[in-house]
Design a protein around this ligand. Sequence first.
Ligand code: 4NP
Length: 149
Amino acid sequence: MVCLGNICRSPLAEGILKSKVSTNTILVDSAGTAGYHIGNSPDIRSIAVAKKYGIDISKQVCRKFSKKDFSDFDIIYAMDKSNYTNIIAKTTNKEELNKVKLLLNEIDLKINEVPDPYYGGDQGFEDVYNLIDKACTVIANKLTISKDQ
Ligand code: 4NP
C-alpha cells in the first residue's frame, strides 16, 4: 500500500487490509513515495479514525518505497495517480510494472484515486477510511486465504 507521505492513507490501507486477511500467510505493508516523514508514526487523524473502527495503526513506522519492494511484494497498490506514476518510474521490467495497480480500480466508483486528506479536516479521513475499506474488502475476498475462510 503506497501513498505520498506514508502517514495518512497507506497506513490506513495497511491496517484495514491486515484486519481482513490472514497475516500469517499474507504479508501486508505500506510505504510512501516521498521521504518527508520517515521514522514517524501515522498522522494522529488516521490513528483516530482507525481506532474508531477497532483497528490499531499507532505502532506503524513510516518508510519510503524502495526498489526492493518490487521483489518483496506481488501486488503494489497506489492510492492515487501521482503515486502510481512515481512507482512506475522506478520499475525496470514488465514483471515489476504489472505488479503496480491503483487501489480504487478494485472497486467500481466514479473516482479512482484516494484523495489526499493531509490538508483537510476529520471528515476527509473518514471518507478516505471508507473508500479504502471498500477496496480492501474486495481484495481480501479475492485472496484465497482470508480470515473468514
Ligand atoms: P499521505 O498524506 O500521502 O496520505 O500520507 C500526506 C502526508 C504528508 C504530506 C502530504 C500528504 N506532506 O506533504 O507532508
